[in-house]
Design a protein. Structure first.
Length: 230
């Protein structure tokens, strides 16, 4: 499981991780500068994150696995499928796009001027509970911001090169548009698409979007579980 930007495993997946763990072994990765993983003084890229996850799997002697990635973790998951296809059984890409135009209108506007003060409070709190270091928090935020500022499109050909069976998941009011999710599902040869009611992460119970008493995370896990079992 690969979390979103500015996040920890718990903020992205705290609602659904225990549900998935009932049925399979879960490896919960926190990427460079996030949560329990320290920064190492190099820029963040989705390519480097994918290589880091691959190195972790090799260190753990795991030859193949399913990958579930949310938001920026979905982008890392796509890079995993392109750079390290031999490690992947199935891929679940949640709320991620492969071209800038795939985000809702205005998503990238003002990104150049985003500051730590704009970061959602629950994400700040979660980071500081793990690592009580304001400088570390700022480093994570700025590296995540800069990675999105510098985001460049993947080509249609690159997306077509993903051959792992893939489930694409997004909300009908997500950061990624439903139209873009449909296009991704048509480009990836072995893809299925699931569009759910909700915004960015609400249907998995992401901390900033979770709706109290909602059954959507449980339903989403049920559908993901069916896909992974096939």
């Amino acid at each position: 499981m690969i979390h979103g930007g500015g996040s920890t495993i718990q903020t992205s997946f705290g609602k659904i991780l225990p549900l998935l763990a009932k049925h399979c072994k879960v490896i919960a990765v926190e990427l460079q500068a996030h949560g329990h993983t320290k920064d190492r003084g190099v820029p963040e890229t989705f390519q480097q994150d994918a290589d880091d996850v691959a190195a972790l799997l090799q260190h753990l002697k795991i030859s193949r696995t399913h990958i579930v990635g949310f938001s920026n973790g979905g982008h890392v998951s796509m890079e995993m499928a392109m750079r390290h296809p031999e490690l992947i059984n199935k891929l679940v890409i949640i709320s991620a796009f492969y071209k800038r135009e795939g985000a809702f209108a205005g998503f990238f506007d003002g990104m150049d001027h985003a500051t730590l003060e704009n970061m959602p409070g629950p994400l700040k709190t979660a980071y500081l509970q793990i690592n009580n270091d304001q400088n570390g928090l700022r480093t994570m935020f700025e590296k995540d911001r800069d990675r999105m500022i510098n985001f460049t499109d993947w080509s249609d050909e690159q997306i077509r090169s993903i051959h792992a069976p893939t489930l694409i998941v997004c909300g009908d009011r997500d950061v990624v548009t439903a139209e873009h999710a449909v296009k991704m599902s048509q480009l990836i040869p072995n893809a299925q698409l699931m569009i759910l009611p909700g915004n960015h992460g609400s249907f998995i119970g992401e901390i900033c979007s979770a709706e109290e008493e909602s059954k959507m995370p449980e339903l989403t896990v049920g559908m993901i579980g069916e896909f992974l079992k096939k």
